[in-house]
Design a protein around this ligand. Structure first.
Ligand code: FE2
Length: 213
């Protein structure tokens, strides 16, 4: 992580300190059976909330106290002495983006205009999904799989830990959380089953299209 331009940022969060845990866009059990309410309860109510709470504690009384989440990320990315602030800000942002990347009864085919764009970059929607799954499964340890636009082109990438394409000169379109806390209660060590289930049944293609602009 070394570039800090967030001009590609999708409209997501503009909140300033104290940062709030944004409401889920659906009920905690709305993504069952792919993602159980128990997983959502821990993931959203404990992990995501924990990042927000930690961030607020870390920035209280500092130069970051009145900055937007995205500005905090861009101001701390690649600075080892600010790692704790970056990690908690980015994890707050990434999780909100992840919840929006899914919806009940999602998956299926993307909208026609975006489907053509995917086919131009990956040959087919299936090939695109396979690449996302491959990247998600191959991420060693905790991290995220992303569909992004970089230099005008669709691309699939992975990031480690809290790292986010938002601070890497890329426009994020879609993400899948591959931290173990995202799937272990429901899928144990079967990360591929979790990722494929999300891709087939939960992806919110309208959100992807909206981010692509
Ligand atoms: Fe997570």
């Amino acid at each position: 992580m070394n570039k800090k331009d967030t001009s590609n940022s999708p409209t997501l969060l503009e909140a300033v300190s104290p940062h709030i845990l944004p409401p889920l866009p659906y009920a905690e059990n709305a993504l069952e059976p792919v993602m159980t309410g128990k997983t959502m309860s821990f993931h959203y109510g404990k992990h995501h909330k924990g990042y927000v709470d930690n961030l607020n504690k870390l920035i209280a009384g500092t130069e970051y106290a009145d900055l937007s989440l995205e500005k905090i990320m861009s101001s701390t990315a690649g600075r080892p002495e600010k790692t704790a602030i970056f990690n908690n800000a980015a994890q707050t942002w990434n999780h909100t983006f992840y919840w929006k990347s899914m919806k009940p009864k999602g998956g299926g085919e993307p909208p026609a205009a975006f489907k053509q764009r995917i086919e131009a970059s990956f040959d087919s929607v299936d090939a695109c999904k396979k690449e996302i799954a491959s990247v998600a499964v191959s991420q060693f340890g905790s991290g995220w799989a992303w569909l992004v636009i970089e230099s005008g082109k669709l691309k699939v990438i992975k990031t480690a830990n809290a790292d986010s394409p938002l601070t890497m000169d890329m426009k994020p379109l879609l993400t899948i959380d591959v931290w173990e806390h995202a799937y272990y209660l429901d899928y144990q060590n079967r990360r591929a089953d979790y990722v494929n289930a999300v891709l087939d049944k939960l992806i919110n293609w309208e959100f992807v299209l909206q981010n692509a602009g």
